[in-house]
Design a protein around this ligand. Structure first.
Ligand code: SF4
Length: 181
């Protein structure tokens, strides 16, 4: 017998299946790794055959791809972009710089760990990651979306105060409203 709980579960499975196969990506080219995006998205590696395609604006995008190191100035813009995206939304940290600062680990004006400022669902390691690694990263995101485990946006909402405190520590001029719903 199908009760409300079961039917919601079935709806979730169908929605996650559809989301998995329809990933619209907003690539924010913050660092040098962005140069690997054109071959990934065009005919040689053809990410679109996996359901991954580019989005023109934040409001049409499902995935924010942060492609490398982030200066404190750029971080402010990336946060604005992320907050303009509609749910469900996901973040991919692309390249070592988003994981531990990479070769800019001791720079005075770049962040070291993207996950302290925005909720990262998947990291793609490498400096710079090749298109094969990028496709594997998209594959990982698709896998966790299908399993209902890509919950970065919910994590952001649940821990908004913590994220905002971290953001304001390094962007003292962050005078926008606390969230651009
Ligand atoms: S991980 Fe390497 S390729 Fe990517 S932004 Fe950092 S230095 Fe550039």
């Amino acid at each position: 017998m199908i009760n409300d709980k079961n039917s919601q579960k079935i709806v979730d499975i169908i929605q996650n299946w559809a989301r998995k196969h329809s990933i619209w990506v907003l690539a924010y080219g913050t660092g040098c790794g962005a140069i690997e995006i054109p071959p990934t998205m065009t005919s040689r590696y053809d990410a679109e055959r996996l359901g991954v395609r580019g989005a023109a604006t934040p409001r049409q995008a499902d995935v924010l791809l942060v492609t490398g190191y982030l200066t404190t100035k750029t971080l402010k813009r990336v946060i604005r972009v992320y907050e303009q995206m509609q749910d469900p939304k996901f973040v991919i940290g692309f390249g070592s710089c988003t994981i531990n600062g990479g070769m800019y680990y001791d720079s005075y004006n770049t962040i070291k760990l993207l996950d302290k400022y925005l909720p990262v669902d998947v990291y793609i390691n490498g400096c710079m990651p090749r298109p094969e690694a990028v496709l594997a990263g998209f594959g990982k995101l698709q896998e966790i979306i299908a399993e209902g485990r890509a919950n970065g946006a919910q994590k952001y909402k649940d821990n908004l105060e913590w994220y905002k405190a971290n953001q304001k520590k390094i962007i003292p001029s962050l005078l926008t409203t606390d969230y651009n719903w």
